[in-house]
Design a protein around this ligand. Sequence first.
Ligand SMILES: Nc1ncnc2c1ncn2[C@@H]1O[C@H](COP(=O)(O)OP(=O)(O)OP(=O)(O)O)[C@@H](O)[C@H]1O
Ligand SMILES: Cc1ncc(C[n+]2csc(CCOP(=O)(O)O)c2C)c(N)n1
Ligand SMILES: [Mg+2]
Length: 303
Amino acid sequence: MGFQEREVISVLQQIFATADSRLKVGIGDDAAVVATQSQSIITSDMAVEDVHFKLEWSSPFDIGRKITAANVADILSMGGKCDFLTASVALTGDETLQWIENLARGMKHEADLAGALVVGGDIARGPKIVISMTAVGNSSSPILRSGAKVGDGLYLSSLTGWSAAGFELLTREISINSATAEKALSEFSAPTLDYTIDFSGATAMADVSDSVLVQAEQIADASGVQISIDQKAIVQASEFAELSALADELKVDILQWILAGGEDHALLATGVNLPGIRIGSVIAGSGISGLERKMTPVSWSHF
Ligand SMILES: Nc1ncnc2c1ncn2[C@@H]1O[C@H](COP(=O)(O)OP(=O)(O)OP(=O)(O)O)[C@@H](O)[C@H]1O
Ligand SMILES: Cc1ncc(C[n+]2csc(CCOP(=O)(O)O)c2C)c(N)n1
Ligand SMILES: [Mg+2]
């Protein structure tokens, strides 16, 4: 074992140090003390070694970014802003102090982008690395999955499928020297969140963790509507051609990546005249429609 627990805490204390006035008591006591808004949004998300990441595929910095992004995205998808994060980490003991430091630096990097503070966490030994984060955010008018209305459009904040493309390159051990392949690998290792998109006018929203199809179905079910996907509109998206070239090279169905791939953490929203990419419509009925029959997309499922 290359480190002591108190050394790790001391490194974390330095990395997450802040003079932000929202934080009253940070790392070092039994719990953090923070100034919350009158209505908070709370969510948790975890990443498990060999299920969400592999040590040979991703740097500790990217693993830290990815788990933080996954948590922050669940706050953004409620129409909220993320304020605080905690990070509970099981380590095997085979890591170096530097590996742990870089994991924390990745968390801090993404937390900074989100305007959030890492205020605490926990460390324990485990048979594999497991990272569980909790995020606390705020919104005076949260956007739920249940608000989609007939007549709304279905919008993506950015084109999905990049993370699935990176995952495919890694699992098939295909090495392609191009900016497109680089982008896919980078989006898999740590997705770029769409912090600037204004979906405040959305009637319903979810972040794409499992897949566009799974999340669209969740919105349809919660809202009591049908969501019709417009495959022709997806083809018009600005990044489609670039991703399509990579899909052709790998001989895969690009719609499998875009509609059934997960972990992009793009925002999927319904509403009228929203920004982003319009990929469908909300109509009367239930479930998902509009897919060409030949396509039977399978999305990620843990069990
Ligand atoms: N172990 C658990 N205990 C209590 N509630 C849970 C547990 N696991 C999930 N939930 C709740 O179930 C709901 C759906 O969770 P799920 O993790 O599928 O959604 P999500 O956070 O959008 O997805 P993702 O984890 O892929 O980001 C959420 O309200 C979540 O809080
Ligand atoms: C090593 C490795 N194998 C497979 C995958 C793919 N993967 C894991 S979880 C998930 C969906 C979201 O899960 P959650 O709902 O838990 O956030 C996907 C697409 C990966 N990232 N790493
Ligand atoms: Mg979510």
